[in-house]
Design a protein around this ligand. Structure first.
Ligand code: ADP
Ligand code: ADP
Length: 216
C-alpha cells in the first residue's frame, strides 16, 4: 500500500503512521525524521535545513522533493509518507516522479484537528533521540517518567516544540500546507477524512477501519 498522511503539526501523523506500519508492514517515510537524521550526521542537506527547521519555516521544496524521491525509491513495496508533501509544489514533484515510475498513491489519510489542542500536544511531546518513539507528558506517558519504553534512555523535547515556534509552524501550515488537501481533491485521489480530535486509540481505530475497507 502507498499512502500519504496529511494534517497540521501535532495532528498525530507520526503516532498514527507507527500504528499503520505495525499493522500493514510498509516503510514509514517521515520527512521530519529524515531531516533530523541528516542534521545529526551533519550532512550538507542537514546543514542547509537547520535554520528553516529551528524557526518553524519550511525547508525549500527542491531539497525536500529530491530527498523524499530518493527515500521512496528505497521502499518499492509500499510506504506511508509522513509530513510530505507539505506544499502544492511538493505534491506536483511527487506526482511527476510517481507517474514516471508508473506508480500511484492508493489513498490520502487526512487527519483533521482544530488549532486549539495543537499547542498542548506539541509542547507536551517528548521523543526518544535514539529510536524516534514519540510520547506525551499527559496523553501518552512512558512507563517510567522521562524514559523510553524501549530502554534507549532519556526522552528529550524537540527544540522546535516551544510555544513561539509552534505558533509559527501552525501559521506556515495554514498558509502553505492546508492547500495540499485541495490539490489532491482536484486530482480525484481517494481521501480518507479522519476526526483526529479524539483519543489516540479512537483515531487509530478510525484510520485502520478505513484502510481495511479500502483493501477490501
Ligand atoms: P505529528 O507527527 O502530526 O506532528 P505526533 O504524532 O508527533 O504528531 O503527535 C504530537 C503529540 O501529540 C505527541 O506528543 C503525541 O503523543 C500527542 N498526540 C498524538 N495524537 C494525539 C491525540 N489523538 N490526542 C492527544 N494527543 C495526541
Ligand atoms: P511536525 O509534524 O511536528 O510539524 P516534522 O517533524 O514533520 O514536524 O517537521 C519538522 C520540521 O522539518 C518542519 O517544521 C520543517 O522545517 C521541516 N520539514 C519537514 N517536512 C518538510 C517538508 N515536507 N517540506 C518542508 N519542510 C519540512
Amino acid at each position: 500500500m502507498k499512502l500519504i498522511l496529511l494534517g497540521p503539526p501535532g495532528a498525530g501523523k507520526g503516532t498514527q503512521c507507527k500504528r499503520i506500519v505495525d499493522k500493514y508492514g510498509m516503510g514509514h517515510l517521515s520527512s521530519g525524521d529524515i531531516l533530523r537524521a541528516e542534521r545529526k550526521a551533519n550532512s550538507e542537506l542537514g546543514q542547509k535545513a537547520q535554520s528553516y527547521m529551528d524557526s518553524g519555516a519550511l525547508v525549500p521544496d527542491d531539497l525536500i522533493i529530491d530527498m523524499m524521491i530518493a527515500a521512496i525509491k528505497k521502499a518499492p513495496s509500499g510506504y506511508v509518507l509522513d509530513g510530505f508533501p507539505r506544499t502544492v509544489v511538493q505534491g506536483e514533484g511527487l506526482d511527476a516522479a510517481l507517474e514516471k515510475a508508473g506508480e500511484k498513491i492508493d489513498a490520502i489519510v487526512n487527519l483533521q484537528v482544530p488549532d486549539e489542542p495543537i499547542m498542548d500536544r506539541m509542547t507536551g511531546r517528548r521523543s526518544c533521540p535514539e529510536c524516534g518513539a514519540v510520547y506525551h507528558v499527559v496523553n501518552l506517558k512512558p512507563k517510567a517518567d522521562g524514559q523510553c519504553d524501549a530502554g534507549c534512555g532519556a526522552l528529550t523535547q524537540r527544540k522546535d516544540d516551544t510555544p513561539e515556534v509552534v505558533s509559527y509552524r501552525l501559521k506556515t501550515y495554514h498558509e502553505q500546507t492546508a492547500a495540499v488537501v485541495g490539490y489532491y481533491q482536484g486530482k480525484g485521489n481517494t481521501i480518507l477524512d479522519i476526526d483526529a480530535n479524539q483519543d489516540i486509540d479512537k483515531v487509530t481505530a478510525s484510520v485502520l477501519g478505513k484502510l481495511d475497507a479500502l483493501n477490501g
